[in-house]
Design a protein. Sequence first.
Length: 255
Amino acid sequence: MARRARSDFMPTTPGHRDRALCRLLPMHRLLFVLLAGCVACLSARAQSTASADLERLARDPVWLRLLHAGPDGRSEVNSPDFFLAPSGASDPLAALRAPLAQAGTPLPADAHQHPRCRFPARYWWLARQGVLPAAEPIPPGCTRLARWAQLDRLQSVSLLLVSGYCGNPASSCGHALLKFNTGDADARLFDLSFNFGALVPEGEPMLRYVWRGLTGGYESGFTDRYFYTHDLVYARTEFRDVWDYELALTPEQRT
């Protein structure tokens, strides 16, 4: 009499089904452990890759120039307000992580003190590197910055060279500054100009002024003024020659 073979995959009794389920449970646990391990490995690899990318960007020459730092990562700027991280003056990576951490904070009603309005070049460059969402050079909420920069009217940038003037020891070898041209010939005197020089206190005695000027005793800084103030001093009062060299910059470089 032929005997009917019983299939191992189609248990015929409740007891057999319970024993089969018990054999399957360890396999499910093993699969769960394997999947969890794969996810952890992928997450660790992604974090390692992201950290390596940030370290590479922190050593980028453009980022170092934005911080006014040299190859060693130390910035020449000693103002603490220039950095969002306490160690940003000597740690380019910390200076890079700080704006990333604050990128998602919303702009308040008075946004001119927000990091995105104070340091637009840093955020714009980070966005172009892909570590931040794409954004405009000046965020819509930074109204004070937009009025000051006038990027919508900017046509070119000029390097101005001013001849030497023996009546002023600080300018005896000439002077150089930048001017942002809007292209309006009738309003060129109201174009912004940028100067870098010593910050000399008012009423400084002449001997102290000469000594500190020759020995580097003054702190220096950037100042911005309408061009008519420089034109009044250099060309109208001191009768000095001023040469205007328009720089061949791309639209991206001008921004």
